[in-house]
Every structure is written in structure tokens, then in C-alpha cells.
Design a protein around this ligand. Structure first.
Ligand SMILES: Nc1ncnc2c1ncn2[C@@H]1O[C@H](COP(=O)(O)OP(=O)(O)OP(=O)(O)O)[C@@H](O)[C@H]1O
Ligand SMILES: [Mg+2]
Length: 594
């Protein structure tokens, strides 16, 4: 065994840098935090090549004294903490004195700064080697530039993804930070093009609107609740404004974005039964609590925090959101009650209710409380509802299969119940139709035979900030999925064609869904084939019939027939089941016939 020795500082620093700087997004985050700690009124961010070639952040904050510049880039040097106890009540975003030193290890770092009324100075660090302090005559505040991230560490550079992927992470870091500080003006420029321009505001809704579009912000439901010295404030989306992916879920505590599975779980609980499976609610929540009730020093990149009483926050969020949903109009437009519980075995106590699957029994929570009144079985033409056991084998319910062995009927405008030779199947009409459409889209794209419908009147779409970039970047992917989207000036685009299979679904709806999914998938480093697939999922989801759509008997039968094509797979593209089967054997056993 070789003898133990202390590592040289350069090696220690390089190891520390690995924890702090993972990719350009980490640089953007650290530099933004530094700029914010300097108390600025404005911060301008410019990136080149997704931030790999350059990240430049300019603030008009307090600046750094010339003599302090070498310390600013030295490891474990900070102006924000003095003694260990300060760690118990951190009020600044930075506290470790690590970020600049780490960045200087793995890139060329240039800092120019001037305190108001003082002389400006500049310093450069390249791959851990610090240059001399030089005079600088710029305006008050600080400019930090990071050139060629990992230029001197080829092994780490190899782990960077494409500039587009790095750009989507970096812009996400910008968005989170800008969301947390509406009182500061921000701008973001990529490859010379202005992507965001955010004036300072005292309205959080306004900042959300500037980032994601005014239409989205206007529809948000306000949340404001407190439990002692802990409070949660912000906005959540109406259940019907759900989205694909988690791009619109943002949590903040004391000016800091953070991730927290427990709080998001509370949110999911509050929405339980109100969203289609696989869809996500929009969430912007800000927690206020005393500094010593949260520990921000638990994650190397400060992405997570630890609360002293996590269960108190969980309960607060759940209660705050539920109160909002139960308040009259928030859910009026669409309610999906909780999935039917497993009450199969219970024979009806009296002959009265002719309902096979109660809509609200046992589900509990919001859905049950706000569920619409139960209706009897629908879509058996005009026949009066009958108890299931009296259902005739012929008449309004007709055979579907080529061999005539299946009977199918729609129930509750969302399920199709099929009687087959060996039992009963309950099919989720949306999930099934989505699956069928997805398979067709996929086959058509694979064979190059996707039929495209040119729109007589092209549909115009007003895009939110940042979305134009997504459309431009992914135009080839959209085109492969039959969507021709062209620029129309400003942030407007026009859709001139859509896949014929999309039927009557407006092109704008499909394109919006595609943008959502492309943003989420490319942020996750999605490969081109995956991106096309994701757009096809979106097409299928949007074009499919929904829960709540009444179907004619012919439509029911067509769906059940089409199902043969996707029979081997019992899952919709989201991975949730399309059907439940109750075998004859199960039934006989439940009724003690065996
Ligand atoms: N934009 C800026 N304006 C004013 N001072 C700055 C700026 N950026 C950095 N500094 C100074 O440089 C010091 C070192 O910054 P650095 O980011 O390395 O550490 P930190 O912010 O103190 O802690 P952390 O590692 O947690 O970010 C800061 O403490 C601050 O005094
Ligand atoms: Mg810092």
C-alpha cells in the first residue's frame, strides 16, 4: 500500500470543481447567484453555443474591491460568512466561497468589477492559474465571463451534450432564477439573439407571464396560506390547464429555487382525480419560513434543501391547494373522478342502482367531494337504464368482433365495457384511442407514408418567450411528424400543415403540445429519434377522444375493432393501462359459483 499524503491544492480544487460545475447551466446558476447577492437592479446574461463557448453575466450590484479580486477567485474565500454559526441562518445565495474558484479551475474566467465611486479592476484565471490584477474603467458593478468551459479538461468536456441540450439546461437555470427574483430586471441572449427581456416588477404573476406568456399567467389560481411562521404563496394551474412534463413546476424558498419530492407529492395529492394520468399541474410556489427552519447546505450544487419540519410543509401545501380546488369555479370545466375502486365483488344490496361502476365511491379527496352527480349507464341508444344483469344480449348492444363474439357499450362517457368469450373487459376510451393513433402515426412515419393535410387557412400561433427557439431548433422534427411551422414575424408562427390522422384537432393545439414535449425531452438530453417519438405521443394524446366524450354505438364498435391492431400491448403511450379484465373465472369465484 503506498504511503498516505495530502493532496496538492490544485488537485483538491479540481475535485471540488467537479461537484460545483457540471455543465454550462451550473455556471449560469452560480454566477447569477453571485450577481443577486450583490444587490443589483439589473442582470444581463449572454451565452454562446449553449454556454459552452461563453457565459457572460453583467450586474449593476455592489462590485468587488480591487484588492479583494484575488480573494474572490480563491477557494474557501467569501464575503458572506464569518463564523460557523452563520451557517444556521444563511441569507445570501452563496456561502461556501467555492464557485468562482471552481469555475476558474475548469475554464478561462475573467472578472471585471468596480465598486461605486471606486477604481475598477480586472482579473483572469485560466485553468487554475491566476493572472495579475489590472485596472479596468467600466461602469459600476461586475462582469463575469467564462470562456470555453472544460477547455482544459477534455475528459469532462466529452460529457457535455450538444449545444442545444446545454442551452436548454442553461436557459432553464436562468428561468428559475429570474422567477425567484421578480424585483430584479433580467435579460437573456443566446448567440446574439435576445430570448428574454424581463422588466423588474412587484407582481409575481407578471414575471411568470413575461417568462411563459400572459395567457398562461392570467389563468393561474392564486394560493396563499400560512401555518404559524411558515407560509406558502404563489400560483397553481387549473386542472384543465395541465401540461406534459414538469417544466412548469417551480418551488422556491427564501429566494432560492429547489427540488423537493415530498412537496411535489403533496401537490399531486391535491390534484388527485382532477388530471388525466401522465399530465402534470402547473405549480409556482414560494415558501417563507425562518432561516433556521431550513438548511440550504445539504447539496453540492444547492439544488435541494432540508426542512426542519417537512411534514408541516406537506400538510400546508395539501390543505392550501385543496381549499382552492374546492372553492367553487376552479374545477368547473373538467373533472375526472378517481378511478373506479375495486368493488367488483360487491353485489348490489338492493335492486335500485343500475350502475356497474360507481364514479365516486371510496376515492376520497377532492375528486370525490367535487364529482358531478352520478348518471346511469349511457349510450345504450335510447333504452332506459337497466340493471346490468338484465342487459339483453342483442338489441342496442351489438356484436363487434369479426367472429361476432364481442359486445361493447360505452359507460359514463369514458369507459367501454366489452363482453368477450372469457370475461368482461373495461377499456379506458381515451387511453385506447391514444394508443391506436400513436401506433398508426409511428407506422406511417416509419414507412415514410404519413399523410399530411395542408391547411386551407394556416393557423397562427402566438408563442411565449423562448418557445420560438424551440420551434426553430426542432423544425425538422416537427416536419417529420407532419407539422409544417413557419415564422410569421415577431413571436408569431403559422402552421401550414398537420397530419391527416389528427382529424379535427386544431393544428395550434397539436403544435403547443409538441413544444411542451420538445422542451421537456430536449432538456432531458433527448436524441432525435426520441424527440420525434415524443411529438407523436403528443399528437396521439391531443387527437384522441377524451374521457367525457360521448360516442355513438358505431364509434364504440370501431374503436373495439381497431383495438385488434394494438392488442398485444395493454398500455397507452404514457404507460398506464388501457384496460382492466375481469375473467369469467374471477366473476364465478366472487359470486361463489365455483
Ligand atoms: N457579481 C458579484 N458582485 C459582487 N461580489 C461578487 C460577485 N461575484 C462574486 N463576488 C464576491 O466573490 C466572492 C466569492 O464568490 P463565490 O461565488 O466563489 O463564493 P460565494 O458566493 O461566497 O459562495 P458560493 O461558493 O456558495 O457561491 C463572494 O463572496 C463575493 O464577495
Ligand atoms: Mg457564489
Amino acid at each position: 500500500m503506498p504511503r498516505i499524503h495530502t493532496l496538492p491544492t490544485s488537485v483538491v480544487n479540481r475535485i471540488a470543481a467537479g461537484e460545483v460545475v457540471e455543465r454550462p447551466a451550473s455556471v449560469v446558476k452560480e454566477l447569477l447567484e453571485n450577481a443577486l447577492d450583490a444587490g443589483p437592479s439589473r442582470i444581463d446574461v449572454a451565452l454562446e453555443q449553449g454556454g459552452v463557448a461563453l457565459v457572460r453575466i453583467v450586474d449593476d450590484g455592489c462590485g468587488i474591491e480591487s484588492d479583494d479580486l484575488p480573494l474572490a477567485v480563491a477557494p474557501h474565500a467569501t464575503s458572506k460568512l464569518r463564523v460557523a454559526e452563520d451557517l444556521e441562518r444563511i441569507d445570501t445565495l452563496g456561502f461556501r466561497g467555492e464557485a468562482l474558484a471552481s469555475i476558474g479551475e475548469v475554464a478561462r474566467l475573467v472578472i471585471r468589477s468596480r465598486v461605486p465611486g471606486g477604481d475598477g479592476a480586472a482579473i483572469e484565471v485560466d485553468g487554475g492559474r491566476m493572472g495579475a490584477v489590472a485596472p479596468h474603467g467600466g461602469s459600476a458593478g461586475t462582469t463575469v465571463e467564462v470562456h470555453q468551459l472544460f477547455g482544459n479538461v477534455p475528459a469532462r468536456r466529452a460529457f457535455l451534450r450538444s449545444p442545444q441540450t446545454e442551452w436548454s439546461h442553461a436557459s432553464e437555470a436562468f428561468v428559475r432564477t429570474a422567477l425567484a427574483h421578480p424585483d430584479v430586471a433580467f435579460s437573456l441572449t443566446h448567440n446574439g439573439r435576445r430570448v428574454h427581456d424581463l422588466p423588474a416588477t412587484d407582481s409575481w404573476r407578471r414575471r411568470i407571464g413575461d417568462l411563459f406568456g400572459a395567457a398562461l399567467a392570467e389563468r393561474l389560481i392564486e394560493v396563499d396560506a400560512a401555518d404559524g411562521d411558515v407560509s406558502v404563496r404563489g400560483f397553481v394551474g387549473r386542472p384543465e390547464d395541465d401540461v406534459a412534463g414538469t417544466r412548469l413546476q417551480h418551488l422556491f424558498v427564501r429566494g432560492r429555487p429547489f427540488r423537493d419530492r415530498s412537496i411535489l407529492h403533496a401537490v399531486q395529492e391535491a390534484y388527485r382525480g382532477l388530471l388525466l394520468t401522465g399530465r402534470q399541474p402547473i405549480v409556482f410556489l414560494r415558501f417563507d419560513l425562518p432561516a433556521d427552519a431550513v438548511d440550504v447546505n445539504v447539496h453540492p450544487a444547492k439544488m435541494e434543501v432540508r426542512f426542519r419540519e417537512p411534514s408541516r410543509l406537506y400538510r400546508l401545501v395539501l390543505a392550501a391547494l385543496r381549499t382552492r380546488f374546492l372553492a367553487a369555479d376552479a374545477t368547473a370545466t373538467r373533472l375526472v373522478p378517481p378511478a373506479a375502486p375495486a368493488s367488483w365483488g360487491e353485489p348490489a344490496a338492493s335492486p335500485a342502482p343500475p350502475v356497474l361502476f360507481p364514479t365516486s365511491a371510496g376515492g376520497g379527496g377532492v375528486g370525490a367531494a367535487a364529482a358531478p352527480a352520478r348518471r346511469p349507464v349511457t349510450a345504450i341508444s335510447a333504452a332506459p337504464p337497466r340493471p346490468a344483469w338484465e342487459m339483453p344480449a342483442a338489441g342496442p348492444v351489438s356484436p363487434v368482433g369479426a367472429d361476432g363474439d364481442e359486445l361493447a357499450v360505452q359507460m359514463h362517457d369514458r369507459y367501454i365495457v366489452v363482453e368477450s368469450a372469457d370475461g368482461i373487459e373495461v377499456i379506458d376510451q381515451h387511453a385506447l384511442h391514444e394508443r391506436i393513433l400513436y401506433e398508426r402515426f409511428k407506422a406511417a412515419v416509419a414507412s415514410g407514408g404519413l399523410e399530411v393535410q395542408r391547411l386551407l387557412v394556416p393557423e397562427r400561433i402566438e408563442l411565449g418567450p423562448g418557445e420560438l427557439e424551440i420551434v426553430e431548433e426542432h423544425a425538422p422534427t416537427l416536419a417529420r411528424a407532419g407539422l409544417a411551422v413557419e415564422p410569421f414575424g415577431g413571436s408569431t408562427v403559422v402552421v401550414t400543415s398537420k397530419p391527416a390522422l389528427a382529424g379535427r384537432t386544431p393544428a395550434a393545439t397539436i403544435v403547443r403540445e409538441a413544444i411542451d414535449r420538445l422542451a421537456a425531452t430536449s432538456a432531458a438530453g433527448g436524441e432525435p429519434a426520441l424527440l420525434v417519438d415524443e411529438v407523436l405521443h403528443g399528437l396521439a394524446c391531443r387527437a384522441a377522444i377524451k374521457a367525457g366524450d360521448p360516442l355513438s354505438q358505431e364509434e364504440v364498435e370501431a374503436l373495439v375493432r381497431d383495438r385488434r391492431a394494438v392488442r398485444e400491448s395493454h398500455h397507452c403511450p404514457h404507460g398506464r393501462p388501457t384496460s382492466l379484465t375481469l375473467s369469467r373465472q374471477d366473476l364465478d369465484r366472487q359470486f361463489r359459483r365455483t
